[in-house]
Design a binder for this molecule. Structure first.
Ligand code: ADP
Ligand code: ADP
Length: 225
């Protein structure tokens, strides 16, 4: 069974001038442990597709299934729980909380789930696993390099042990060498931990880490390689 399935998904933005079809009748299956890159020109629908995969947005037509559950059938609370427990999010701009140090950034989603008993040891384990040196755990984001910040963000995305990681241009703010190190980390999470990784990128070199490329143009899937 796929971990994620789109069946006939369209997204239409009603604008006063004319409707914009951001996604047009998309059907796809994502299987456990896959590493997928989504590529396409600016405005082709990549962000809309990733938002839909992240259950941040609901289809205008069709339905999205996460591990067999129709997102249309879920209440807002159930969707929030599903997003928290099944999905991890990694962004180009890292999106860390500036006033919290690295460890507390990773702990934050665990506090939202478990309250103030949220384990610091678990955060330390995950920070070690993503290769952030203990000397940096009490540094705030502005005291860390871009690559270090992305490691913290990846640790945060893993804290509730999601099956699927959704990555929006994860190397977009990093130099080539640092970007490769981050991609190697994502590859290891896929290979060793069985994480399913779905990544939007416009960079062909970054897309080479993926096992499958979904190309999108004008809201249509062009080809899968
Ligand atoms: P990409 O990420 O590939 O650049 P997007 O998914 O952001 O593409 O956008 C796809 C299309 O949908 C574009 O034409 C864009 O202008 C339009 N669009 C995206 N978000 C909205 C929105 N919130 N309201 C109206 N139109 C939108
Ligand atoms: P990205 O760089 O991730 O592709 P975009 O620049 O496409 O981001 O979009 C940034 C935000 O603006 C998104 O949340 C998208 O939904 C929204 N957006 C994009 N196009 C439009 C539009 N034509 N009208 C309203 N919102 C839009």
């Amino acid at each position: 069974e796929p971990v994620m399935e789109f069946i006939g998904v369209s997204k239409i933005y009603p604008l006063s001038s004319e409707n914009v079809t951001a996604l047009s009748d998309i059907s796809l299956k994502v299987f456990s442990g896959e590493f997928i890159a989504i590529m396409g020109p600016s405005g082709s629908g990549k962000s809309t597709l990733l938002n839909m995969m992240g259950c941040l947005d609901v289809p205008s037509k069709g339905d999205v299934y996460i591990r067999g559950r129709s997102i249309k059938s879920l209440s807002d609370d159930q969707l929030t729980t599903l997003r928290r427990d099944e999905l991890g999010f990694i962004f180009q701009q890292f999106n860390l909380i500036p006033l919290l140090n690295a460890l507390e950034n990773v702990r934050y989603p665990l506090i939202l789930k478990n309250g103030m008993t949220a384990s610091r040891e678990r955060c330390q384990e995950i920070l070690s696993a993503v290769g952030l040196a203990p000397a940096l755990w009490n540094h705030r984001p502005n005291q860390l390099s871009g690559g270090q910040q992305q490691r913290v963000a990846i640790a945060r995305s893993l804290i509730n042990n999601p099956a699927i990681l959704l990555c929006d241009e994860p190397t977009g703010n990093l130099d080539t060498k640092t970007g490769q190190a981050i991609m190697a980390l994502l590859e290891r999470l896929c290979h060793d931990e069985g994480k399913t990784i779905i990544m939007v990128t416009h960079d062909p070199k970054t897309a080479e880490y993926a096992h499958r490329v979904i190309r999108i143009e004008d809201g249509h899937i062009q080809e899968e390689t």
